[in-house]
Design a protein around this ligand. Structure first.
Ligand SMILES: [Zn+2]
Length: 416
């Protein structure tokens, strides 16, 4: 999708906001604040934060939020950092967040190195840039003295990447029923608006049998053969192209000796869909096939020896909201206000999955700047013009929460 028609009442709010002297000052402040945010980004990237071990970085981020004068700054029981900038209590509460964790294991060299205008360090973009950009938004709000109708919340969330499965964001929203809309900063670019959540389910499937000598026990069903039968059938599944629904058997291991009938075989399968119903359908098919692999191998040899077990090891809910819902229109308008052509990105697996699947309006917006090698040891960031990311968040938060005495909030409070 490349277009989004913004209704006049949303345009009017942004027109009004852009005219306010305090807002203009805030935008200028953010541009001038860029060197400081880059320094913070370099400091934070050097604090290792593998998924499930974000503690040290969380402590640093909580300190930073406190120094900026946010209220109720704390690290919650899941490890998320959360702080609040109170509004008048007369509007929706808006959360701006980025994730603390990186994909790099403990012991990775995360010292930033600068070369030819780029900063190289594993995690320098994803999502350390998001964390740093959001600090600049807070500073601009504090220096502008703007009062909002709703409260503004700021978070560094844990467990977004890999097997974290965005569980930090999920836990935060389950605990905080008072958050009415969320903005996540993640992904490349300054133009992207992610407004859908692609669901993910990962399964681990295990086949076991008695095994035996390849020659003398011939006739015994094999765990590897059973897994192979299942994988062949899984390969033939035909999910719909739209809504995009995908699968892959991604990892496989089994057997223990070249001259032995395998006692054990394990594979992992990754299922995804932009649509919750299609994800359910695909899962049903896959689960039936897991059993068929064992059954057919047993039938082939006329012996009930192979059994199958499976576990769902990751469950990220899919979620959809209309491409023309208010938060998407407002994100579009905020991007245009900065002279950038916005781009709606269908699908996506970001922290936004969680709010959308819970019915909370949400978007994920890009970090700004230029970047490359994300999730690799060669990850780099070029800060040129990256201040427009926090500028956009600043405008969007104000529009969604409402500026006291000036604009009506664009989001509603959700029913608790
Ligand atoms: Zn990320």
């Amino acid at each position: 999708m490349s277009k989004c028609l913004v209704k006049s009442e949303i345009k009017t709010v942004f027109d009004r906001i852009s005219e306010l002297e305090a807002v203009k000052q805030g935008l200028n402040f953010i541009e001038e604040d860029q060197p400081r945010t880059i320094e913070e980004q370099k400091t934070m990237v050097a604090i290792e934060a593998p998924t499930f071990a974000e503690g040290q970085r969380a402590v640093f981020y909580a300190e930073a939020l406190k120094k900026l004068g946010l209220m109720d700054v704390h690290i919650d029981k899941h490890g998320n950092v959360l702080g609040r900038r109170p509004g008048k209590g007369t509007g929706p509460n808006i959360l701006l967040e980025a994730h603390l964790d990186t994909v790099f294991p403990a012991g990775t060299n995360v010292t930033p190195v600068e070369k030819d205008g780029r900063i190289y360090a594993p995690g320098i973009c994803d999502d350390t840039r998001g964390l740093a950009a959001n600090l600049s938004v807070i500073r601009a709000l504090q220096s502008s003295g703007i009062e909002t109708e709703g409260d503004l919340f700021f978070a560094g969330t844990v467990a977004e990447e890999g097997m974290g499965g965005m569980s930090g964001m999920k836990a935060l929203l389950i605990d905080r029923k008072d958050i009415d809309g969320t903005i996540s900063i993640d992904g490349a670019g300054c133009d992207t608006i992610i407004y859908e959540g692609t669901g993910i389910r990962n399964f681990e499937v295990t086949y076991t049998g008695p095994g035996g000598h390849a020659y003398s026990a011939f006739g015994t069903p094999s765990a590897v053969h059973a897994a192979a039968r299942a994988i062949t059938k899984l390969s033939d599944m035909r999910p719909p192209e739209s809504p995009k629904t995908t699968f892959t058997v991604s990892l496989i291991e089994g057997g223990h000796a070249i001259h032995a009938i395998a006692q054990k075989a394990v594979f992992k399968i990754n299922l995804r869909s932009d649509d919750p119903q299609e994800l359910d359908n695909l899962q049903k098919q896959a689960v039936a096939i897991f059993a068929e692999g064992a059954r057919e191998e047993n039938e082939r040899w006329g012996k009930q020896m192979i059994t199958v077990d499976y576990n769902m090891i990751l469950d990220v809910p899919a979620g959809r909201q209309p491409a023309d819902c208010d938060i998407v229109q407002a994100s579009w308008q905020a991007t245009e206000c900065l002279g950038i052509q916005p781009r709606l990105v269908p699908g996506g697996c970001t922290n936004t999955n969680m709010p959308i699947s819970m019915g909370i309006p949400a978007v994920t917006l890009g970090r700004g700047g230029q970047e490359g090698g994300v999730h690799s040891l060669g990850e780099w960031f070029d800060p040129e013009g990256t201040y427009r990311c926090p500028q956009k968040s600043f405008l969007l938060m104000l529009a969604l929460a409402g500026i006291h005495g000036e604009t009506k909030p664009l989001l509603k409070r959700r029913d608790k």
